[in-house]
Write a protein that binds this ligand. Structure first.
Ligand code: PLP
Length: 409
């Protein structure tokens, strides 16, 4: 039998000795919760009353007509409380923290969505909360920092390394080592040491369970393909896990950034630039140089800008179960623009990566085929980046006026 926490050759738990007992406690709490049907019922009830679950499956009629191929359905994770699928994971881990009797949570965040979700959960459950965030991400996701602080969290800008997500993760682990007794690290994606990849996937599997039931009810058939963007891989694992046993093609879309040929991207599985390594407590494909130093990554979407990827997805790629593609920043902005105009939906820049690939492939499928795209989050948080991309002069004037107003004050 495979060792627990391994998916083929990927995964594992490479942690400092001092954290071993904390991880054993977490594995035990997770195993007990998983074996207790009441826990999942409590989780589902909480997500129903607090976070708009089940989230709807929306038929994108206008986009379907526009592309003239497969019928396009969109799973609306953007409707979760706080605006993204991140809520599924943090509320689940919050219930676990209560079960373990701890009173403080810490988290890392890239786009800020996981930080806002964790700070929200901490406010609801009455936990102390510290969020680590790369300095670069603090700058590009300022509105999310504002909300985290209003929710009562302490946001710590991380100035090490590339000052993005991977550095925030390192800092969160450093904190955990010095505060294990009363602190739980709410890791935000299906990465990191065992049991995080499995645990985060389990909480996010609520997406796939709902999507499978909804698509069958609505169309009487399973989708030909399911698309999801891939940062660490939690929204992808969430929706894919509903269809793993079915004859459904699963497509993960990574950040192609300025283009795979430029090296300025975050495509671990869709490019040949990543290699096998052990970092941040687990074994997977990382974008690293020959000395194992992590490379700089780039994406217009802060939430996809990560050097590693879920070990479960690495395994599903190796076994041929999931296909991977990459979408460039430019393609993403174009797909976002089209989706806003045609459907009145505003996906997050991260989610729009899945839309790019679906739009490329939909025309070649037949109208009998159904495809599902996971809209992992809403785009409100991206207003500054998107306004830049669209060169919106009246938005720029509004910012100038605001700045003047503050200076005058
Ligand atoms: C809206 C949204 N989608 C996707 C992601 C990527 O994360 P994951 O691959 O774990 O779903 C993020 C990360 O911040 C996000 O905010």
């Amino acid at each position: 039998m495979a060792e627990p926490g391994y998916y083929g050759q990927f995964g594992g738990s490479f942690i400092p000795e001092i954290l071993v007992a904390t991880f054993e406690e977490l594995v035990l709490a997770f195993e007990e919760a998983k074996a207790d049907p009441e826990f999942w019922n409590t989780y589902k009830k909480l997500m129903g009353s607090y976070s708009c679950r089940p989230t709807p499956l929306t038929y994108a009629e206008n986009l379907t007509r526009h592309f003239g191929g497969a019928r396009i359905y969109i799973k609306r994770e953007d409707l979760n409380h706080t605006g993204a699928h991140k809520a599924n994971n943090v509320m689940g881990q919050g219930l676990l923290v209560k079960r373990m009797g701890k009173g403080r949570v810490i988290a890392e965040t890239g786009a800020g969505q996981h930080g806002v979700a964790t700070a929200t959960m901490a406010a609801k459950f009455g936990f102390d909360c510290t969020i680590y965030m790369g300095e670069v991400d603090v700058q590009r996701q300022r509105p999310n920092v504002f909300w985290m602080e209003r929710l009562g969290a302490t946001v710590v800008p991380v100035t090490e390394g590339t000052r993005t997500l991977k550095d925030a993760i390192n800092e969160a682990f450093r904190d955990w080592v010095s505060a294990m007794d009363d602190t739980h690290y709410v890791l935000g994606t299906a990465c990191g040491p065992h049991p995080f990849p499995e645990m985060v996937t389990w909480f996010q599997s609520i997406i796939g369970q709902e999507a499978r039931r909804q698509v069958l009810e609505e169309t009487g058939r399973l989708p030909a393909r399911v698309y999801a963007c891939v940062g660490g891989g939690s929204n992808a694992m969430g929706i894919f896990s509903g269809f793993l046993e079915d004859d459904v093609e699963l497509v993960g879309v990574e950040a192609g950034g300025r283009g795979l040929e430029t090296g300025a991207h975050a495509a671990r599985l869709a490019s040949s630039d990543a290699s096998l390594g052990v970092a941040q407590g687990y074994k997977t494909f990382f974008l690293q140089d020959d000395d194992g130093q992590m490379k700089e990554t780039h994406s217009v979407a802060a939430g996809l800008d990560y050097v590693g990827v879920s070990p479960i997805l690495s395994h599903l790629k190796e076994s041929g179960r999931v296909r991977f593609a990459a979408a460039t920043d430019k393609e993403v902005v174009d797909a976002l623009s089209l989706t806003i105009r045609k459907e009145g939906l505003i996906p997050a820049l991260e989610s729009a990566h899945g839309f790019v690939q679906a739009f490329k492939e939909a025309p070649a499928l037949s109208h009998d085929d159904v495809i599902v795209i996971n809209q992992s989050g809403r785009g409100d948080k991206d207003i500054f980046t998107v306004a830049d991309a669209f060169e919106d002069p009246s938005w720029k004037q509004f910012i100038r006026d605001k700045a003047e107003e503050y200076d005058a004050g």
